[in-house]
Design a protein. Structure first.
Length: 71
């Protein structure tokens, strides 16, 4: 899995959709994201991820409150 972190970035849904379209135009099948808030991670994809997958991603990228991870 390829992933990257955007530290301290707040993006609108349109910004996220634009980045997703760019990733698809470059050959990706899609792009998922997780937003790290004070209450914890938030994403529509979390319900499909195991705790082990989320832990692996967090260990690799060490997200903090205010960060976004795309994968």
């Amino acid at each position: 899995m390829k992933a990257f972190k955007l530290p301290g970035v707040a993006m609108s849904r349109k910004d996220i959709d634009d980045i997703t379209e760019l990733a698809i135009s470059q050959g990706a099948k899609g792009l998922a994201y997780i937003i790290y808030e004070t209450e914890g991670p938030r994403s529509p994809i979390l319900k499909f991820m195991s705790q082990e997958e989320l832990k692996m991603l967090e260990e690799q990228l060490n997200p903090q409150v205010g960060d976004m991870i795309f994968f």
